[in-house]
Design a protein around this ligand. Sequence first.
Ligand code: MEV
Length: 424
Amino acid sequence: MDRTARISGFHRLSVSERLGKLQEFAALSDEEVALLNRRAHLDIETADRMIENVVGTFELPLGIATNLLINGKEYLVPLAVEESSVVAALSNAANMVRSGGGFFTTSTGPVMIAQIQLIDVPDPFGAKMKILERRDEVIAIANEQDPVLVSLGGGCKDIEVRVLDSEMGPMVITHLLVDTKDAMGGNAVNTMAEALARHIEAYTGGRVLLRILSNLADRRLVRARCLVKKDAIKGGESTVDAILFACAFADADPYRAATHNKGIMNGITPIVIATGNDSRAIEAGAHAYAARSGRYRALSRWEKTAEGDLEGTIEMPLAAGLIGGATALHPLAKVSLKVLGVTRAAELSEIMAACGLGQNLAALRALASEGIQRGHMSLHAKNIAMMAGAAGALIDKVAQRLVEDGKIRVDWAKKILEEFSRKS
Ligand code: MEV
């Protein structure tokens, strides 16, 4: 049977009904469902081996975005996030995008850059040439550090050498370009850079200082595109035009671009966390890439087609892996990957880019028409109700009253709670 991520009314189901649908979609075992249904997924012994000075674990809600159609494949997307309306916004945007056939993605392949900093060289341009003359030897030494990666077809494929003019004088920066296959690859490339330090010193007579990957992973780019038929957007072509103005604002102004890009990361970071990847690395790469022209700009573009429909595109670095690190250790990260049904790191990164673009669409559509607060605050009302002390069935009742009264504030929620307790 063909499976679909278009599950109408998913948000109205109970948690256990949703789990039933998810189990069916992703062929989860009863154990995997039990794991999702359990508290404290990460046992304290595992947590204690992951970082230092552990005193506990910290949980986040895990939600499922529906309706994602990417390169013709149906996806339910797990999002670990604290912010209300992110999951609903992505599901809604993905539904709009289906009007144009879903998202279409490509990527350059998982090539990471490791940097080796050489200082104390009187002849930086000569040093650059001396390193490049030994390109094959440099690649061979790098690859000796990771025979497993090489046996899988990955490893160091090329080098580049730059002379950098810095406030401390010229320095020579060697880049190792390493295909890390399905790993994020941080450890692999750092090991290669460290192993090469003494060789680079021997070739040049200089001194190697830093040896570390670059989070500006601009050889590991992902791209996504989507088309939204104007009739599938509330407000039609006038909303399309308003979105173009919103996009132009972001591209012209770093103050707006930061928020625009934050909205994109709303679709990406929660998947990064749900799959045990490094959110700081991916955020750093995204923002550095947004500033690559010398000015911080929007990561996405929205255009109007000849037919008056809305077309969105995004290109950004996305260093996410399927193996290693927390992805291998966190039990829920493995379940998230199974829900996504991904088999390659590139596919995972492309899903993230598509969801970033989808989240951006949802935000711009709302901002360019009724504003963000209506949708945002009605979901946020439940949080406010809980903050005021509501529990169980009272959460929804208080939240509904907050929305009706148009006062989504903790003090107001407390008043409503008092009112309810007087009545009961
Ligand atoms: C809120 O988390 C994200 C937005 O601010 C994004 C945007 O302004 O584009 C709504």
